[in-house]
Design a protein around this ligand. Sequence first.
Ligand code: ADP
Ligand code: MG
Length: 669
Amino acid sequence: MVSGSVDANQPLIALRGIRKHYGDPASGQPLVTVLHGIDLDIYAGEFVAVVGSSGSGKSTLMNILGCLDRPSDGSYHFQGQDVAQFDSDALAWLRREAFGFVFQGYHLIASESASENVEMPAIYSGLPKGERVQRAQALLQRLGLGERLGNRPNQLSGGQQQRVSIARALMNGGHIILADEPTGALDSHSGAEVMALLRELAAAGHTIILITHDRDVAAQAQRVIEISDGRIVGDSASQPATAATTATTAEGDGTRMQLAPVPQGGSASATPLVAELLEAARSAWRGMRLNRVRTSLTLLGIVIGVVSVIVMLAIGEGARRKVVEQMGTMGTAILYMGSKPPATGGPAGQITEEDLDALRELPEIRRVMPVIGDPVTVRYGNADKQVYVFAASEEMPLVHHWKPRLGRYYTDTEDRDLAPLVVLGHKAHKHFFPDTPNPLGRQLIIGTSAFEVIGVMSERGADSGAQDYDDMVFIPYQSGRARVYQAQTQPDYVVVEAMSSEVVNEAEAALHRVLLARHGGREDFGIGNAAARIQAEAATRQSMAVMLGLIAAVSLVVGGIGVMNVMLMTVRERTREIGIRMAVGARQSDILRQFLTEASLVTLSGGTVGLVLGALVGAVLVLAGVPVVFSIRAMAGAFACAVVTGLVFGYMPAKTAARLDPVRALAGE
Ligand code: ADP
Ligand code: MG
């Protein structure tokens, strides 16, 4: 796995014929060559200054030396190993363990404290938290920032920020310090301090590569390399310091100047997972708190989406259930029929038993139930009342999807035997027997005849659309005709149940056809289609539920777009942060894990708040009497949608940025 040996006399860094072009003629941008074949050997322990005027290619060279960028051409050997062969994890290892960067613009992470910025390289090298904090604080103390550990970069002066970034460069040892115009943004006093620090580090055995346009600054190095228009035009090195003179030097803080070979193959020294997840969650939480506006906008988008889906679907489902309930009690296959005078004049028709038998033969029709019903005086003891007395066959409970709560309903045989039996509606029971929970066996006087109570129906209730049935009493058809309705020659109306709700209209047509034929072509009867009315209402409610669902989906999408927008707005800022993290040695997997944790934290908390708020709104609606039915599936679906949207748009930009060369990420491209 390890190739190349660590030989004290081989150069630490060997560049041969390094070129760098920018632009791409294929896409219309002119090709600019910035480095024209650089040959350079740097030995361990050297203090090298690269000096040249602005635009001469110094930064470009440094970025290539530090593996933040790749050369277009030429070879780069690090300790004898060809850098072009390294995979991204090996390059990350180099940036983490071998190099320490000091930039003109400091490149500190704005949301982290001085101490946390310094700790960062050690997080990626897997140093336990305790040691990490201790070492970061010791370094900052040594650089005179012992009082500023908790300050964020914007609470520090330029010179202090630069010292923080030097401490960060030293965190993992800082064997090779790459400093690009470290004094460029500083006043002369702070600049002198930084230079003194670099000289001290050079004396302690660190390899220092200093880039500057200032010859006075460069003169403080052992070796000065002059660069002009991308070519080396001067090199003071006649007697390069060999590693032998410096490699054994060790510092009090344990810096090892002898660098191990670069591990390759990706398996080496992965950051402990739990520690890093905790670290990512902590830093995510920090970022969310510091960017309150951004976080709350993202959360708002998620919350609105989730709440509206939950509430709208609950209202829609509530409305739909109500209809289903009504259809269950009223039946969706019921037709009503009665005699009436024809429109052309003349008497109303007579609906005979033979007519009904003929209808029973029709294949579209399941049941035919003649009904006689009128208000009749009903008496029990001293209480009497006008009650609607409903006389029909034993099929009534089947036709109306209704069951007795107490006792039983009468049978077909009892009906034919003219048995004097009565079943009470829920309210009729309350009226006649307020103190008798079980009135079975009592005698009720209906008209002039006594009927025995054998059952009490269950309550229809207000939602069924048939609550007045609760006021009635029910007696067999034949004994009703014989004992109560002696004057009646035909049913008041006939309830016809179609085979199914799908064939209601066919049943109506057949009914019409047969009766018309039997009545000699006179339309002396009328048919009412209750089923069609209920079905129409069900369809209306169904489409309302669909519309509410659509509105909910739209608000989920709008919420999602809001999330995307906020995320995309911050990509540039985050890209720079990713660049910094990669420069201090984060692997691609570290970056992705961090951003995934962050996106999960935001979306999961947004989704949870949405669920809770949705349930609260639902509770308020329930209190206000709106029928709502919460669906676990809708809740889970909304939650999942929100989380997925947030993850995709939080994660994708990070994935793109993590694939960039660190220089480009640092530029925030
Ligand atoms: P120095 O650090 O010596 O001032 P740089 O290495 O930053 O110079 O840049 C050298 C030249 O390369 C400059 O002319 C600059 O315009 C050009 N250059 C640098 N980066 C890019 C880039 N990403 N695309 C195109 N040209 C670039
Ligand atoms: Mg530069």
